[in-house]
Design a protein around this ligand. Structure first.
Ligand SMILES: [Zn+2]
Length: 450
């Protein structure tokens, strides 16, 4: 067990950074070959968002590179240390294909899921890439497959653990859920003697997650919604904030998350983790997959694990706030915007037409921002979350408006209807669900996600 408290980790993290920075300076000065030391960065604070080189850029600073593997200071003699996982030892500079036993099936046989370990030739971070925690979300499965099969273990620093299908039950049934209708992403880190979901989560967390230094959990929109490729992360945590800066120009959305999510449980165990939303469920989307692969290749370089990084021609945008815009009438949704469009406050996003009574109702954006997610299914009911609009915010603005407060929590929009329609739990006091009076046209996402 490698369970660590975030508070304790944060203290040691900063101390470690300071120490490693000194080591890095000494290495560069003497051009000695200390292997794979991570040049340190100063701790990132919410007030540190200006970039002197680019006064127009208001986002957080770029993730400090931990080292250029091609530099004399970084490259040292390979240390062939085997990597141990699930009782197997993987030799340095090699790839191993293992199986994680998720559970037993109905016939009593093991239900297994593949795990690919790419163990580099030099020691470094352990990056975990996982997908299909929701079994019908496929884009991440392909992203994880491509990355894990194209990285050269001889050139790699550190280790990649790739689990393309965390929920083999749902994957085989084209279902988001486990066979007991539970959402696996509400049960991490799980327990050994709990529900089906809790036991699967417990097995995965102990077998895989606790061996990670960083974790990326791929998802898509849910229930016929598509998401612009985006990182969801709790930016209040400096380690997580710094981690999000390694994904190139991938937009970042502040999201506290909720209890039981894989990324929340991992972060609580001292492992910086993010959700990577990409596209829509039940399909493979070539552009979204290519974007995700490029983002992970960029991350590998940012973590000092590979020598090459893709080029991005845009800056990373950060959205500290976002809002769902809902249909207020039933009918057929006709969109007038596309995923990724920038919209103005009051701009018409689409309209709902009623084929029986010939009514036509506009849906307008309450805020200026970018369309981060939207419904694909044209048949909607009143209250259906149709558009997810993110408001780009500088960190200074976010800090001034209590960005870290629960009320500004970004939604896992894959969860929007899970809470409203599928989750049997009682609504929280802040939810509009179950209250009297008409549902508001637009809700703060905290009402959806708590
Ligand atoms: Zn999901």
């Amino acid at each position: 067990m490698r369970r660590r408290g975030m508070t304790r980790r944060r203290g040691t993290f900063q101390g470690l950074l300071t120490g490693l920075w000194l080591i890095g300076v000494m290495c560069c000065a003497a051009v000695t070959a200390t292997p794979a030391q991570r040049p340190a960065s100063p701790p990132l604070l919410l007030s540190d968002y200006s970039d002197p080189a680019n006064p127009d850029f208001s986002g957080p600073p770029v993730l400090p590179a931990w080292g250029d593997p091609a530099s004399a200071a970084f490259v040292g003699p390979p240390r062939p240390i085997p990597f141990a996982l699930m009782g197997q030892h993987i030799a340095a500079a090699s790839i191993a294909r293992l199986s994680w036993t998720a559970s037993e099936g109905f016939a009593g046989a093991s239900v297994e899921s593949p795990v690919v370990v790419v163990h580099g030739s030099r020691p470094g971070p352990v990056l975990c890439l996982v997908a299909a925690v929701h079994g019908d979300e496929l884009n991440g499965v392909e992203i994880v497959r491509r990355v894990s099969n194209t990285v050269d273990p001889v050139a790699l620093v550190g280790t990649i653990i790739a689990v393309p299908i965390v929920n083999p039950f749902g994957f085989s049934r084209d279902s988001r859920y486990l066979p007991d209708r539970r959402d696996l992403n509400r049960y991490f880190p799980g327990t050994a003697y709990g529900s089906v979901a809790s036991r699967v989560a417990h097995s995965f967390f102990g077998s895989i997650v606790e061996h990670c230094d960083y974790l990326v959990d791929f998802h898509t929109g849910s229930f016929e919604r598509s998401n612009l490729p985006q990182i969801r992360a709790d930016l209040r945590l400096p380690e997580v904030l710094a981690f999000t800066r390694g994904f190139g120009a991938t937009p970042v959305l502040q999201s506290n998350g909720r209890r039981g999510m894989l990324r929340v449980a991992a972060t609580a165990a001292g492992i910086p983790a993010v959700t990577f939303e990409v596209g829509a469920p039940r399909r493979l989307q070539a552009d979204a997959i290519s974007f995700g692969v490029q983002a992970i290749e960029t991350l590998l370089h940012a973590l000092g694990m590979t020598g090459n990084s893709p080029n991005w021609d845009t800056q990373q945008a950060v959205f500290y706030d976002s809002q769902w815009v809902r249909a207020d009438s039933g009918g057929l949704l006709i969109s007038e915007v596309a995923l990724g469009d920038w919209v103005a406050a009051g701009q018409q996003l689409g309209r709902v037409v009623d084929p029986l009574n010939n009514r036509d109702e506009a849906i307008v954006s309450p805020i200026p921002g970018r369309v981060l997610g939207m419904a694909l299914n044209p048949v909607v009911l009143p209250g259906f979350a149709a558009y997810h609009v993110g408001a780009e915010t500088s960190a200074q603005q976010a800090a001034a408006t209590d960005a870290g407060d629960e009320s500004s929590d970004g939604s896992e929009d894959e969860d929007a209807d899970a809470t409203l329609e599928n989750d049997p739990r009682s609504p929280t006091p802040g939810e509009a669900v179950g209250t009297d009076g008409p549902a508001p046209m637009m809700e703060d996402v905290s009402g959806i996600d708590d």
